[in-house]
Design a protein around this ligand. Structure first.
Ligand code: F0G
Length: 402
């Protein structure tokens, strides 16, 4: 059994009510389970494949889920980068290895399943790209139409390609992501489409399984979880999941939740550093990491609580630091991620240099999306292939061999 509960005033809503914000105070909602009556067996979980659905007792879906086999992503030990930074226990959870290449699939398998469970016949989102790619694919699997709103000219090529090919109705607006989200929210309220941005509390339920898997793969609780932050849903989701495992007696301590933003788009970092009660939105966010180019993160109140209650922190990294770490992950570890994903590892590097992170901490960085999502940014950073005549002397000369 579960219900929706307002994170501010505690008002509750039945599980089948279509509601995205508290009708009394307007704050965010969260899914609340009767954890003390739940029968969760750790041994049974361990016998199931590593996936979102391993943890189905603490997910809201009761129908056969709309699944493309999401989750079960690799956890890599970053041995070379860790050595260089001075962190022997540094890991990356590669969420780019999900079906559509980002962690959003964990949210969408739950979110689109809930759309069907709630008898909704169409879905919609605003997106910096990955959410739209994922929603388009899961809506296709469910056999229902999807509408996605994108900020024109600010979405990486691979993501637009996915949304188009999976058959969503793709609309580019002349405005940024924050405006697109306002518009799609209004559209959903007025026309009954089911809103699948991270303001939808069910979507975050799927995303909390990143943390569950990391603990299962590591065999212990990490000291710190580091996530790139855009709309601030993912860090909130992972924190919520951990609070549930602790309530269930399946985890004995809480990792320090740490969020990394791009310097040109860092309202959460500012709120943490200046100890503000809430974030002050930025009107013109800008970064090469277009996935996290967000000035008014809707889940900020949940994310600030997650960071503050766990003794975590937030930090920003420059575009140059992001791109340098993207390259380091690719060349030193063989891990291909998009720029926003590299922010988490660039962030830990900076935090070590600042003396905020201890060198013996066990740290999981979530790398959120695949390298192929944003080929144009990759091409801009690398030397183009050397074109030669099709003969061996030309090849030897190109390789500077005699
Ligand atoms: N990394 C990637 C690759 C993302 O696509 C996003 C968000 C984030 C990190 C940040 O996660 O918003 O939960 O804090 N992308 C959204 C989208 C906004 O529309 O695809 P967050």
């Amino acid at each position: 059994m579960f219900r929706l509960v307002c994170v501010e005033c505690g008002k509750t809503f039945p599980p089948d009510e279509i509601v995205y914000n508290c009708t009394s105070c307007g704050h965010l909602l969260a899914v609340q389970y009767d954890l003390d009556t739940l029968n969760v067996d750790r041994g049974e979980w361990n016998r199931r494949p590593l996936s979102v659905w391993r943890y189905r007792e603490i997910l809201p879906v009761t129908i056969p889920p709309v699944s493309l086999k999401e989750g079960g992503t690799p956890l890599y030990h970053l041995s070379r980068i860790g050595k260089e930074i001075g962190l022997p226990y540094l890991y990356a959870k590669h969420e780019g290895m999900n079906p559509t290449g980002s962690f959003k699939d964990r949210g969408m398998t739950v979110g689109v399943s809930m759309a069907l469970q709630l008898k909704k016949s169409s879905v919609a989102c605003a997106s910096t790209g990955n959410t739209s790619a994922s929603l388009a694919a899961y809506a296709a699997k469910a056999g229902i139409p999807a509408v996605v709103l994108l900020p024109a000219g600010k979405v990486a090529l691979g993501k637009v390609a996915q949304a188009l090919m999976h058959g969503a109705k793709v609309i580019s607006i002349r405005g940024n992501f924050d405006r697109a989200l306002e518009m799609v929210h209004e559209l959903c309220l007025s026309h009954g489409l089911y809103l699948l941005n991270s303001v939808n509390p069910f979507r975050l339920e799927g995303q909390k399984t990143i943390g569950f898997e990391a603990v299962d793969q590591l065999g212990t609780v990490p000291d710190r979880m580091i996530l790139p932050v855009g709309n601030a849903g993912n860090i909130s989701a992972v924190y919520k999941g951990f609070t549930e495992l602790i309530s269930l007696g399946l985890m004995d301590r809480m990792p320090m939740m740490t969020g990394i933003q791009a310097a040109g788009s860092s309202p959460v970092v500012r709120a943490v550093h200046q100890n503000l009660p809430e974030v002050i939105p930025e009107d013109h966010p800008e970064t090469v990491a277009t996935a996290i180019r967000i000035g008014a993160p809707v889940n900020a109140e949940k994310a600030l609580a997650a960071i503050r209650k766990t003794g975590g922190t937030a930090e920003s990294v420059s575009d140059a630091e992001i791109l340098a770490m993207q390259k380091a992950l690719a060349r030193m570890e063989g891990i291909g991620v998009e720029p926003a994903s590299a922010a988490s590892v660039a962030g830990v590097k900076k935090l070590v240099e600042m003396g905020v992170v201890d060198r013996d901490e066990r740290i999981v960085c979530v790398v959120t999306g695949h390298l192929l999502k944003d080929p144009e940014t990759v091409i801009r950073q690398c030397e183009p292939p050397v074109e030669i005549d099709a003969d061996l002397p030309s090849l030897l000369s190109a390789l500077q061999l005699s």
